[in-house]
Design a protein around this ligand. Sequence first.
Ligand code: PHE
Length: 457
Amino acid sequence: METTSLQRGQWGSRIGFILAAAGSAIGLGNIWRFPYLAGEGGGGAFVLIYLVCVVAIGMPYLFAELSLGRKSQRNPVGAIMAITGPKSMWIAVGAFCVLAGFIILSYYSVIAGWAVGYAVKDVIAPTMGFEEFAASPGIVIGLLAVFLLLTLVVVVGGIEQGIERWSKILLPILFVLMVLVIVRSVTLEGAAEGIAFFLIPDFSQVSLDLIIVALGQAFFTLSLGMGAMITYGSYLSKREDIAISGGYVVIFNTAIAFMAGFMIFPAIFAMGVDPATGPALVFVILPEVFAQMPLGGLVSFTFFVLLSIAALTSSISLLEVVVSYFVDETSWSRKKSVLIIGGLTFLMAIPSALSQGAVDIFSDMSFLFGEGGILGQNDFLSILDYLVGSAGLAIGAFFLSVFIAWIWGASEAAEELKQGSTILTRGMITTWVFMMKWIIPLVVAVIVIGNVLGVDV
Ligand code: PHE
């Protein structure tokens, strides 16, 4: 089997893996979703709860996905099959992961395409507002194609030469660009108020709904619940320390979310804008804020370039989940898999691209979901995001955590986690096994129920 694992590829270095996995985690979730959720959820209180969810729930579960991947050296379907044999019902959970990767990639690329478009908006559509922009079929489909193509180019290069190499280049650029925008933002007059809103908790805002939303965000932002981290874990060497590397991924991802807050809230408060505007925050409110501030054109360009970069390092992990399945389980080469899946993703993304006003049946699906839609949204993109990106990830995380803790066995999983690890003490392992068996499935079940009942902040 030596040759198979060579063909499969492996991360070239610890830092390479950390940056690739952090790249998967760092994305629209940090720079678009987290700030608008924090804005709606009252600022500091949400941020604090989110932090607790990430460290106490997201991180231990991240270790579990990475361990399952490394143990089996396979994609999510193959990983489950490696433990259950080829005829188990649990394989459906792996299949769900691959399907979720495909679907999330489709609409994620549409939003990422807008980010690309906004970076060059002064050139391609200088006078358009967001509504008109998002409803222009030629523009959004063209941008989608550009973004998807970038994703394909990275993934076709493979693990070390593609994903790892590009993550090592792109993440430092992302960091530097964020620092530039932060410097501009926090030096605006009135910026302090935004920092206070973001950092000082106001506990009168806390509700069970808010906690559930924060938990869901913890899973989304760490790319959990759909096998991305199983897949990335499958390229880890047995010598690697999952706890240390995974810990760095959590630290980097959290740092970038905080930096996003420092980019956005000082600017918003300095310009006297309401932070609780929901998903429109980044594409509608921020451009208005940028337009009013000195050096705004340059800041806007920098911001949307960095948003595109963050989205790209995540979209490659979504595509890799699907590609790894075809590479491992069929006779397709990586190149063939990337081309076919890329083409299908493009087709799948078209309804989402056209769902923001361009085509009526995709923009208003009340014929399927009733007048109220889902959480008040009735467009194709928002509905996919809810069904797969929120509820789906929670359901995926539930079944995966039960699978790892009870079918594979938490103690078996702990053996894999311990392999190569120098920092895990016996007490930590015992705690982790307990968390995996009881706390995490329970907490994730609460997120699932919350999603079904339609929690919203
Ligand atoms: N974590 C990514 C983000 O924050 C999104 C993502 C989810 C990527 C699931 C891969 C898998 O944008």
